[in-house]
Design a protein around this ligand. Structure first.
Ligand SMILES: Cc1ncc(COP(=O)(O)O)c(C=O)c1O
Length: 490
């Protein structure tokens, strides 16, 4: 195989990186001195031969920043279509890896990477192995900074306030712990959550409470959805729930089990006004809500992932800090302390030990793919329109009601399954999660991937509408559920 990383390209890349962010070698900062760098010696932390990471991120905030040259093999991995690809089956065929054997209506769980991102990550992985030291030691950080810069522009943040992480779980773990430090949560204090929040997030909060002698207060919304999720109603109940002991509040932008969009800007503003540190779980935000702008949301911490609705490869998430708050910034520590620890926000997070950084490096290719297919917002609108059509179709077939978040642009919704509401004696029937599992398994055995959620004793299909889905897939789901219920799931 031809070497992808030739000696001449190394020289060119070194030249490019010098042009990129360094002019004269500036004096070492106190952070660098503290971490072993010295004038004329290592410019980054540890023994990396890379340029200084904090200077790089500052350069990346300037219009004069010149992005590092992408290895030819990564650039070559990007396939441009001669004609624009239509959403639905053509896009699935051209731009996704999903097997044609499946009706795949669960994009909301773990996403599905677009081919452009998958191929770019594979090309980066190969590129890294051609000369691991040259790559990791001398050029990796500049490429990560470029990914940070491009992602920051898409979510409305400054690159200096954004850290890349492996997933939303890591980002939320960092943010919840940091929020508790910033708010100085102690014995007797409270962390406020919503009962529609994600399961692992309440475990993260419980861990912080255990460590600090604090308690968790959970605001109940589930029992009267969807009205409880409407902005005014939710805001009123949230404001009542914030008490004098509330120090941190955690809420979702889009809920997982119930597919509701919550008024995060209003909730964050309440927190600000009441001196409560806010954390947004935005695992479904980017690519499932209209024009995400984390600064406009105004929370102290905004956490998300890139593998769900952005269709990047798995292993990529992000955390954004509210800008210009030194207390938040100094409270925000990585889960893993490594060489960059203590050198600044970007230094803290950019290196988490030897690992596969290709999911972060694939971000620019993923964003380029989105531009090539008309942009994220266009897809959000199209997916929402498909979702509305799918809800109407299923509700008509099943003679049930959808639970569709009012006024939202979401690509996920719940539709109640056509199951008897009463048992043989006429008593009202309460379904449990094992019933949901039975139905989901029965669909799975028909090659249909669609989660079944149990909400207030009723079963719902949580449908996703991704760029590669089409209306006839929901028709298949409708008929499969009818066949399963006829065969005995009563
Ligand atoms: C609301 C919500 N929060 C957090 C997560 C965790 O995301 P990740 O798998 O990226 O850690 C999920 C994943 O489904 C989710 O739906």
């Amino acid at each position: 195989m031809r070497a992808l990383f030739s000696r001449s390209s190394l020289v060119a890349r070194r030249g490019a990186s010098r042009r990129m962010y360094s002019r004269e070698a500036p004096a070492a900062t106190s952070a660098e001195v503290a971490h072993g760098a010295s004038p004329g010696g290592y410019r980054s932390f540890g023994s990396f031969h890379s340029e200084n990471v904090e200077e790089m991120i500052e350069s990346a905030c300037q219009p004069s920043w010149a992005a590092p040259e992408v290895p030819p093999a990564v650039a070559a991995a990007f396939v441009r279509h001669e004609d624009p690809v239509s959403y639905g089956a053509p896009m699935r065929q051209a731009d996704f890896l999903l097997s044609s054997a499946w009706t795949f209506l669960n994009h909301g769980a773990f996403g599905s990477p677009c081919r452009a991102s998958y191929d770019a990550a594979a090309a980066w992985r190969l590129h890294a192995e051609l000369q691991p030291l040259a790559f990791i030691d001398r050029s990796l950080f500049a490429h990560i900074v470029e990914s940070q810069r491009q992602l920051a522009a898409v979510v409305g943040a400054s690159p200096r306030d954004l850290a890349l992480l492996p997933n939303a779980t890591s980002a939320l773990s960092v943010a919840i712990s940091a929020a508790c430090d910033a708010a100085d949560v102690r014995e007797g204090d409270e962390i406020l959550l919503l009962d529609v929040g994600y399961g692992s997030v309440s475990k993260m909060a419980a861990r912080e409470c255990k460590r600090r002698g604090a308690s968790m207060v959970t605001l109940p919304l589930l029992s009267d959805l969807p009205s409880s999720a409407e902005p005014e109603a939710l805001l009123g109940r949230f404001q009542e729930a914030v008490g004098t002991r509330t120090k941190v509040a955690i809420f979702d932008h889009v809920t997982s089990n119930t597919a509701m969009q919550l008024p995060v800007s209003e909730l964050a503003a309440t927190c600000r006004a009441r001196g409560v540190v806010s954390v947004v779980d935005g695992a479904h935000s980017l690519g499932c809500t209209r024009s995400l702008d984390v600064q406009a949301v105004g929370a102290d911490y905004f956490c998300g992932n890139l593998h769900k609705w952005l269709c990047n490869v798995r292993g990529s998430g992000f955390l954004v800090l509210r800008p210009n708050d030194s207390k938040l910034r100094s409270a925000t520590e990585p889960l893993v302390a490594s060489h960059g620890y203590g050198g600044g926000f970007t230094s803290d997070f950019i290196w988490q030990g030897a690992s596969d950084y290709s999911p972060w490096l694939a971000v620019p290719s993923c964003l380029e793919w989105w531009r090539s297919v008309g942009g994220i917002d266009r897809a959000v609108e199209r997916n929402h329109a498909l979702l509305v059509g799918a809800c109407e179709l299923l509700a008509a077939e099943w003679q049930t009601q959808p639970l569709l978040s009012a006024g939202s642009s979401l690509s996920m919704a719940l539709v109640e399954l056509p199951l008897p509401r009463r048992d043989a004696r006429g008593n009202s029937r309460v379904y449990a999660s094992r019933d949901g599992k039975e139905m989901q398994d029965a669909l799975f055995h028909r090659n249909i991937e669609c989660p079944v959620k149990t909400v207030n004793g009723r079963l719902y299909a949580r449908i996703s509408a991704a760029v590669y889905n089409e209306l006839d897939e929901y028709e298949r789901l409708a008929h499969a559920v009818q066949a399963i219920t006829l065969r005995g799931m009563q």
